[in-house]
Write a protein that binds this ligand. Structure first.
Ligand SMILES: Cc1cc2nc3c(=O)[nH]c(=O)nc-3n(C[C@H](O)[C@H](O)[C@H](O)COP(=O)(O)OP(=O)(O)OC[C@H]3O[C@@H](n4cnc5c(N)ncnc54)[C@H](O)[C@@H]3O)c2cc1C
Ligand SMILES: *[C@@H]1O[C@H](CO)[C@@H](O)[C@H](O)[C@H]1NC(C)=O
Ligand SMILES: *[C@@H]1O[C@H](CO)[C@@H](O)[C@H](O)[C@H]1NC(C)=O
Ligand SMILES: *[C@@H]1O[C@H](CO)[C@@H](O)[C@H](O)[C@H]1NC(C)=O
Ligand SMILES: *[C@@H]1O[C@H](CO)[C@@H](O)[C@H](O)[C@H]1NC(C)=O
Ligand SMILES: *[C@@H]1O[C@H](CO)[C@@H](O)[C@H](O)[C@H]1NC(C)=O
Ligand SMILES: *[C@@H]1O[C@H](CO)[C@@H](O)[C@H](O)[C@H]1NC(C)=O
Length: 499
């Protein structure tokens, strides 16, 4: 979404005071500090430089790599740069034995503070494991965890295949562990539903291969939505989608930009969510406020796509009839579809996500919008942009996931909208001010999920009870207790609550 937004940033004044970041990370207790030092000393001995770094240019690059500014300010005790799963095993065992804090970073795009980095602990970063390959004999895509979606799609395009992956290019494979909402999801399921085989380093350092049918099938299922709680995935084998190459213009769609008509867009969205169940149709509706001085400038971005020669009127007609400021609709290859929203690699701002999930009439969507507007206006001095985005999760997506063995999110049958509430803070703001945090909490109360619907882990606030909202929460807890009986992960790394 950053690419089109950037067109308007000439309007945005760029002068902001830089706050001090000192004292953001008071030294944690001595036990934690010593455990991290012990793990790092161990790892320097076992893996050596350059795989383990505590200072220097590659350490600095890794420590400041996170997309959310809050996460780029942590200073891990050391950073491990594995190139094989063996290295990850050695690292995890040393972390476990030393009882050290730790974190894992793949594509770096978590908005949640502390989920992809650590203070007084070990950071395992996958920046040197970025391959994406296709095996035509097995008809499998294999991804190393450090690859970003743009690079994966680009590497695989010549083979006429694509992974069910992210909609924004710089995002990485952590998306898979939270479920994953893709342009291909209505026909294939959540991105995680395409897992064939996963290599997983368990909390003790043991490496296992999990599939839908082997002795680790429970772990396999938990990793389809369980995030970073169940182990470190070092290899993803995925079912590809045979999308064709750049030359196969089998899709139709693009980007429509509006600067008004919020109510008509919300009406169209509410109806789409209730009624559309065509696996060839996909849409993202992002209502964005760009803060320009004292004003909120509406920038509404709608990206409809259809895997066919045109956008069927009975599916997209409501959107097409609303006057757009600009529109780029036309025939596209899947490669074009995947590139529509650009890279989204804008660094240097505090970023905050929140999740809801809605199904209902027009008023429900309009009500959510009105609360979000009130919030945006009340706290606008803090923001660069605020976004309310709707991703329809159609029934076809839910059924496709079940047909592939099921995931742990296990939404009820029928469609709904995954709702993302997203703020990008102004340059110079280094942490979320307390009054804004209070406003966010009120907003969550005002836009609760419709009964029975799951919240989306990858777009949540870290305090939201996402796991509790899953259809298979009880099973998730049982599987966690089996694979991490000493609760090491929940006590030594940041991540989703509820286990
Ligand atoms: C600009 C932008 C666009 C987005 N677009 C989409 C979208 O289209 N669809 C969608 O579904 N989501 C989207 N998201 C949300 C995205 O899925 C999450 O931010 C996701 O967590 C990012 O994964 P990552 O690898 O980039 O991030 P990271 O922060 O590196 O990882 C995310 C989490 O997974 C853990 N993790 C990563 N790799 C591993 C591993 N191998 N083993 C164990 N744990 C691991 C990390 O510790 C962290 O907790 C978007 C986010 C942004 C910022
Ligand atoms: C120090 O932190 C560890 C966890 O990292 C915790 O178990 C312990 O209770 C803490 N000790 C004190 C004195 O706070
Ligand atoms: C990853 O790609 C590099 C460069 O092509 C290659 O040398 C390496 O063997 C690959 N690793 C794996 C695990 O496929
Ligand atoms: C892509 O084009 C080639 C060549 O015309 C064709 O053989 C193939 O079936 C097409 N693939 C798809 C997915 O449309
Ligand atoms: C929307 O854009 C059009 C065309 O650029 C412009 O004429 C109109 O004033 C804009 N409306 C708003 C509400 O900004
Ligand atoms: C939106 O839907 C509501 C309820 O159906 C209707 O009253 C209203 O006129 C619609 N607004 C627009 C702009 O379409
Ligand atoms: C606002 O956000 C855009 C897009 O992410 C970014 O390019 C721009 O630099 C930001 N502006 C400010 C003032 O933070």
């Amino acid at each position: 979404m950053a690419a089109p937004i950037r067109l308007l940033t000439a309007l945005v004044p760029a002068l902001f005071a830089t706050q001090s970041i000192a004292a953001l990370f008071p030294r944690s207790n001595e036990t934690t500090h010593l455990a991290a030092l012990e793990a790092c000393n161990q790892l320097e001995g076992l893996l050596g430089s350059p795989l383990v770094q505590s200072s220097g240019p590659s350490y600095e690059t890794a420590a400041t790599n996170a997309w959310n500014l809050q996460n780029s300010e942590y200073q891990p005790t050391c950073v491990v740069f594995p190139t094989t799963s063996d290295h990850v095993q050695v690292a995890m065992k040393a972390i476990y034995d030393a009882r050290s804090q730790y974190a894992v970073q793949a594509g770096s795009h978590s908005a949640m503070k502390g989920w992809n980095t650590v203070q007084d602990g070990v950071l395992i970063i996958f920046s040197n494991m970025r391959n994406a390959t296709y095996d035509p004999v097995k008809d499998s895509i294999v991804l190393q965890p450090g690859v970003h979606w743009h690079d994966a799609v680009t590497a695989l395009e010549p083979f006429g295949v694509a992974p069910v992956g992210g909609r924004v290019g710089d995002v990485g494979t952590g998306l898979l562990l939270g479920g994953g909402l893709s342009w291909l999801s209505p026909s294939q399921g959540y991105a995680a539903d395409t897992f064939k085989e996963l290599d997983v380093v368990l909390v003790t350092g043991e490496l296992v291969t999990a599939t839908a049918t082997n002795e680790y099938s429970d772990l396999f299922r938990a990793l389809k939505g369980g995030g970073n709680r169940f182990g470190i995935v070092t290899r993803y084998e995925l079912s590809p989608v045979h999308t064709g190459t750049k030359d196969n213009k089998t899709w139709f769609g693009g980007m429509m930009i509006f600067n008004s008509s919020a109510e008509a867009l919300l009406n169209a969205t509410a109806r789409y969510v209730r009624e559309v169940d065509d696996p060839k149709a996909v849409i993202l509706v992002s209502l964005i406020n760009i803060v320009v001085g004292e004003d909120l400038v509406p920038f509404y971005l709608v990206t409809p796509f259809y895997n066919g020669p045109s956008l069927p009127d009975d599916i997209f007609g409501d959107f097409l009839s609303i006057p757009a400021v600009s529109s780029t609709l036309g025939p596209m290859s899947y490669f074009n579809v995947a590139g529509t929203l650009g890279l989204g690699n804008d660094r240097g701002y505090v970023q905050h996500f929140g999740a809801s999930a809605l199904l209902g009439d027009e008023d429900l969507f309009l009500d959510a919008f009105n609360h979000w507007m009130d919030f945006s206006v009340a706290y606008k001095d803090n923001f660069n942009t605020t976004t309310l985005a709707f991703t329809p999760v159609p029934n076809s997506q839910i059924q496709a996931g079940r047909a592939k063995g099921g995931n742990i999110i296990n939404p009820p049958s029928g469609g709904f909208a995954a709702v993302q509430i997203y703020e990008q803070f102004k340059a110079g703001i280094t942490d979320i001010p307390q009054d804004v945090q209070g406003g966010i909490d009120v907003l969550f109360d005002q836009i609760p999920p419709s009964p029975g619907l799951p919240l989306y882990l990858n777009e949540c606030d870290s305090r939201q009870k996402v796991f509790e909202s899953y259809g298979d929460y009880e099973l998730l807890k049982q599987i966690y207790a089996k694979y991490d009986p000493s609760r090491f992960n929940v006590e030594h790394s940041q991540g989703p609550v509820g286990l």
